[in-house]
Design a binder for this molecule. Structure first.
Ligand SMILES: O=C(O)[C@H](O)[C@@H](O)[C@H](O)[C@H](O)COP(=O)(O)O
Length: 248
């Protein structure tokens, strides 16, 4: 696991723009290397703002999306197209505006999908989809970058302090039944899936995240501050604005 690096920007706009530019450059590089690029998306304010900036930079760079696969770190277990779904927000911010092939988009199942409102079955289904894409090389694909927002309570994806999901070490995906942040039912990648990513990027903006960021970098209990467990196999970057970095 990698030691976190810190990158600071003045405000949320500069932060989102800089993360987006770096992502677009990596996508372009993967294309010229003729390899797939697996990106894990996050919901949340700064996560969606970053996707909007990716849309703008991608247009300028004229990138092809045929080699890009989009996954999600977590999802709110709601009906398809619900405006609160991370997928719906990512579609509005980015996916609907770019030419990523539909079969490269891997949303976490909705609560009116194949498994109905059975959140455990839906979580298992997503785990299977990731395993298939990994082609026998492990439980999850070789994610190039896993984007993660962080909550004021130090949660990442839908791994909340003190809830069992954060301690799950076997399954690649977990169903969450009693999330303190609405809605209560969610589906989340587990820590081992997050840590399988080459690069984990934690995005945090605003003073409300400053304590979570401090805990995430202090290397304390992952059970109490899940963000402290968010580490990439090769690289971990905490992308912060000044307010989120104010307790460092
Ligand atoms: O479903 C969600 O709510 C998100 O995936 C969640 O993990 C989010 O990234 C953080 O809570 C930060 O959200 P904000 O940036 O909106 O504070």
């Amino acid at each position: 696991m990698s030691e976190p690096e810190i990158v600071r920007h003045s405000d949320a706009g500069a932060l989102a723009d800089s993360v987006a530019l770096k992502l677009v450059n990596m996508i372009v590089q993967a294309e010229s290397d003729k390899r797939d690029f697996h990106l894990v998306l996050t919901g949340g304010g700064i996560g969606i703002r970053t996707l909007e900036a990716v849309r703008d930079h991608a247009k300028e760079a004229g990138i092809s999306w045929s080699h890009v696969h989009l996954w999600w770190g977590d999802e709110r277990f709601l009906p398809d197209k619900d405006p609160e779904r991370n997928e719906t927000q990512a579609c509005e911010a980015l996916i609907d505006a770019v030419s990523v092939p539909p079969h490269n988009v891997h949303p976490i199942p909705a609560s009116d999908g194949m498994d109905g409102d059975h959140v455990e079955h839906a979580a298992t289904r997503y785990g299977r989809e990731m395993a298939v894409a990994a082609r026998g090389r492990g439980p999850v694909p070789a994610f190039d970058v896993c984007l993660l927002g962080v909550g004021p309570d130090a949660h990442v994806a839908s791994l909340f302090p003190g809830l069992p999901g954060v301690r799950e070490e076997e399954a690649s995906v977990t169903a969450v039944h009693d999330s303190p942040k609405p809605p209560p039912q969610r589906i989340s990648l587990t820590m081992p899936s997050i840590r399988a990513a080459r690069e984990v990027w934690v995005l945090a903006s605003g003073e409300g995240k400053a304590e979570a960021v401090r805990l995430g970098l202090a290397g304390g209990s992952v059970d109490e501050a899940p963000v402290a467990g968010a580490r990439g196999a090769e690289r971990t970057v905490f992308w912060l604005d000044e307010a989120a970095a104010s307790k460092l």
